[in-house]
Design a protein around this ligand. Structure first.
Ligand code: NAP
Ligand code: 3JN
Length: 348
């Protein structure tokens, strides 16, 4: 038996945490032990892990001793408080929240895009926002081949991005409307059933939402290229699972739609479904549970000299959160980076 490897899932009772456990099991992640953590509210409850169940433990500052990797998906506040304690105990954190993404001490990683950024980690590695991840898996090969100047993206984001409560709201409101009851709005400011909301996360001073600015800022950090400009409109749609994105790209050099299809069909993590004559294009309802990011509707933007339009779809809870984090953990193992060089970097 090789060296012991203990992995913690923090936020194990949530929508992302459950998918995290499923992903670790599906991919036979080589952990000798997996521990599940959540708040005191759910301590003692059970979560599924393969054919067995794990008993949820309460997250406390001192639980990280002896844990090698902790994958967090318990919100930014929990990550802010507990991730430094984990790193201080020598545990490498892969964090799904936005808390550490733009922190200079933390690599922000999509394994198909910038795995080399892991080399300089200080104990906390950030997982990007789901909408950024799927967009960059598709745009990285194009950026490498012809250079990307500018991206205009509109997202169509599923309610699972809001966690269990988002799924429940869409289901409840749909039942209400079919029963001629007024739909109750508990999670979103307006009804989401049979509606679309051009509003995800909070509004900022520049009138963009925080979700939109995450896409702009995270792209620059992951590509390590401030010359790439991104403008985003993030929209919540009444879909349970799977984010879709309409993406317009202006490139430095010309790339034809045909060249783009060939390039993307050979790129890691991508599948091209693109045959307009046969009505073939990717859709959220048909890709739930899949690991790949799908691209279709690739065509030249005839309004500019060097432009492409495309439609990018992925399972937001899988590739947008759980899978990307597990792939980061796999890459850490492959590169022998499961250690914290300086345990004090995040301690005040
Ligand atoms: P969720 O279904 O509401 O689950 C929240 C989880 O966090 C639960 O396990 C909850 O445990 C736990 N938690 C809350 N407060 C805690 C505390 N003080 N200590 C320990 N655990 C605590 O939400 P979700 O959809 O899984 O999302 C969780 C987080 O993942 C989000 O807040 C976000 O930061 C991140 N996320 C990232 C992406 C992405 O784009 N990469 C997408 C979705 C979510 P209890 O059962 O004890 O309440
Ligand atoms: O709404 C979506 O589709 C994605 C949601 C992501 C999310 C939800 C709550 C808090 C995040 C995130 O990952 O950016 C956060 C956060 O800021 O940590």
């Amino acid at each position: 038996m090789s060296k012991k490897l203990t992995v913690a899932v923090v936020g194990a009772t949530g929508a992302v945490g459950r998918e995290m456990l499923k992903t670790l099991h599906d991919r036979q992640f080589p952990a000798t032990e997996v521990r599940a953590f959540a708040s005191a509210r759910s301590a003692g409850s059970k979560v599924p892990f393969g054919d067995t169940e794990l008993t949820v433990q309460e997250l406390k500052e001192d639980v990280f001793e002896g844990i090698d990797i902790a994958i967090f998906s318990a919100g930014g506040g929990t990550s802010e408080t507990f991730a430094p304690h984990a790193a201080h105990a020598g545990c490498v954190v892969v964090d799904n929240s936005s808390q550490w993404r733009m922190d200079e001490r933390c690599p922000l990683v999509v394994p198909e895009v910038n795995p080399d950024a892991l080399a300089d980690h200080n104990g906390i590695i950030a997982n990007p926002n789901c909408s950024t991840i799927q967009m960059l898996v598709a745009l990285k090969p194009i950026h490498d081949a012809v250079g990307i100047k500018r991206v205009v993206v509109s997202t169509y984001q599923a309610v699972s991005g809001t966690g269990q409560k988002g799924l429940e709201e869409l289901e409840r409101q749909t039942r209400d409307l079919f029963s001629l009851r007024d739909p109750e709005c508990k999670v979103y400011p307006y009804r989401i059933a049979f509606n679309v909301l051009p509003h995800i996360d909070v509004f900022l001073d520049n009138d963009y939402t925080k979700e939109e600015m995450k896409m702009t800022n995270e792209t620059v950090k992951i590509f390590n290229d401030p010359s790439v400009k991104v403008t985003a409109t993030c929209v919540r749609v009444p879909v349970f699972s799977g984010h879709a994105e309409s993406v317009n790209v202006e490139t430095v050099k010309k790339m034809t739609a045909k060249e783009c299809r060939i390039l993307l069909s050979q790129a890691p993590g991508l599948k091209v479904i693109d045959n307009p004559r046969e009505k073939l294009y990717p859709m959220p309802a048909y890709i739930a549970g899949d690991d790949e990011t799908y691209v279709g509707r690739i065509r030249e933007d005839e309004s500019i000299e060097n432009g492409l339009n495309m439609w990018i779809v992925a399972d937001n809870v899988r590739k947008g959160a759980a899978l990307n984090a597990v792939q980061i953990a796999e890459e850490l193992l492959r590169r022998d980076l499961v250690r914290v060089k300086d345990r004090n970097v995040f301690m005040a």
